[in-house]
Design a protein around this ligand. Structure first.
Ligand SMILES: Cc1ncc(COP(=O)(O)O)c(C=O)c1O
Length: 395
């Protein structure tokens, strides 16, 4: 049956899918398609190709005919290395046999985590603004996303007291993602300890998306499950996309208690079976020999971070200092435009792509997200064009 109008279409498509609004980022990139000479500060991914020795490990495994399914949970060696990595970096213990699940990126881990723990109507507290898939993953699991507003004046941190104020009988979990996409915010250890205290007292699960953990520029990343008493009610998500420049390989993982991982594995085995085999081989290589590459890339992002933040402030777009990830999140209020207006006009008039902050939630209004994982020359040129644009439109 081919639907002829919206109400017919609504009957075909599930309510939970209809509840999803199209990603504000996608909408924006549709606009961009086909334009020439655009400098993109838009897409949130490394500008590096995967280090060749990592890709080569996968190529060699293909040459050896290593093309079958793996264990549902992932190649044992990858789980063992992941556990070793978590122990060495964050001093947190996970048993690779039962407490780690290899997934198709953090994207799958997030979806499966929500579906494993939520009943219809369960509430999940998260920051506004947040990474676009956070609220979507809750809605697709028939839960209710509940927003805690965060602000530039507080460095976009989320406060335990604000979380506690949103807790109801239906609250099941807190979803946090630091360093943050889109703001670049990180949390102090003390603020995370305060959240751990609230979640313990209210018996809530914490889903901690730490995909940008390695891209922390000022001090050490605190892994949520390493906090005293936090491990057993935390689902830790992480992956290879950002730190190792491996977005297209699609490998991530979840680490949690045996009971939670068993539940997540049930969903994963029926929907995914196992993460792609060559990509798991590449991830093994990344964990074995990729550390110098990570250090080199992080140093380079850090230089670009300092450059773009100073540049944005200099041209009159106040920008709080992002301490992680690869995003700057300047305020565009001096122009008097909405985020969408700003992004669209900037694209049309100056051919610079930056994502409207409103794509990440109501508190993102008045900001744009600028990904600085692009060349220094590109950033320099983008700043020049943005400077001209701001001068022209300043109120
Ligand atoms: C905060 C955050 N979490 C998860 C993801 C998805 O990562 P993956 O490539 O591992 O699916 C992204 C990608 O942009 C992200 O920014």
């Amino acid at each position: 049956m081919k639907p002829t109008n919206q109400s017919q279409l609504n009957k075909i498509i599930s309510d939970r899918t209809n509840r999803l609004s199209p990603s504000g980022i996608r909408k924006f990139f549709d606009l961009l398609a086909g334009m020439e000479g655009v400098i993109s500060l838009g897409i949130g991914e490394p500008d590096y190709a995967t280090p060749w020795h990592i890709s080569e490990a996968a190529v060699k495994s293909l040459e050896r005919g290593y093309t079958m399914y793996t264990s549902n949970s992932g190649i044992p060696e990858l789980r063992e290395l992941t556990a070793k990595h978590l122990k060495a970096r964050y001093k947190v213990d996970y048993n690779p046999y039962g407490e780690i699940l290899i997934t198709v990126g953090v994207s799958e881990a997030l979806d499966v985590a929500m579906r494993a723990i939520l009943n219809p109507g369960d509430e999940v507290i998260m920051t506004d603004p947040h990474y676009v898939a956070y609220s979507a993953s809750v809605i697709l699991a028939e839960g209710e996303p509940v927003m805690v507003p965060t602000y530039a004046k507080n460095s976009f941190a989320i406060e335990a007291a604000d979380i506690e104020a949103k807790i109801t009988k239906k609250t099941k979990a807190i979803l946090i993602g630091f360093p943050s996409n889109p703001t670049g915010a990180v949390m102090t250890r003390q603020k995370l300890l305060d959240i751990a205290d609230v979640t313990r007292r209210h018996n809530l699960i914490v889903i901690s998306d730490e995909i940008y953990a390695r891209l922390t520029y000022d001090g050490e990343h605190t892994c949520f499950s390493s906090l005293p008493g936090a491990r057993d009610n935390t689902i830790l998500l992480n992956g290879f996309s950002k730190a190792y420049a491996m977005t297209g390989w699609r490998i991530g993982y979840a680490a949690a208690s045996q009971e939670i991982i068993a539940a997540m594995t049930k969903i994963h085995q029926y929907t995914i079976m196992s993460a792609p085999t060559p990509a798991q081989v590449a991830a093994i290589e990344a964990l074995k020999t990729g550390e110098p590459d990570v250090v080199e890339m992080v140093n380079s992002y850090n230089q670009r971070r300092k450059f773009i933040v100073k540049g944005l402030n200099d041209i009159g777009l106040p920008c709080f200092e992002p301490k992680g990830a690869f995003y700057a999140f300047p305020s565009i209020t001096p122009t008097g435009m909405t985020s969408e207006e700003f992004s669209e006009k900037l694209l049309v008039e100056e051919k610079v792509a930056a994502v409207p902050g409103s794509a990440f939630g109501e508190c993102g209004e008045g900001f744009v997200r600028c990904c600085y994982a692009t060349s220094m020359a590109g950033i320099e040129e983008a700043l020049e064009r943005m400077g001209r644009f701001v001068k022209k439109h300043k109120k």
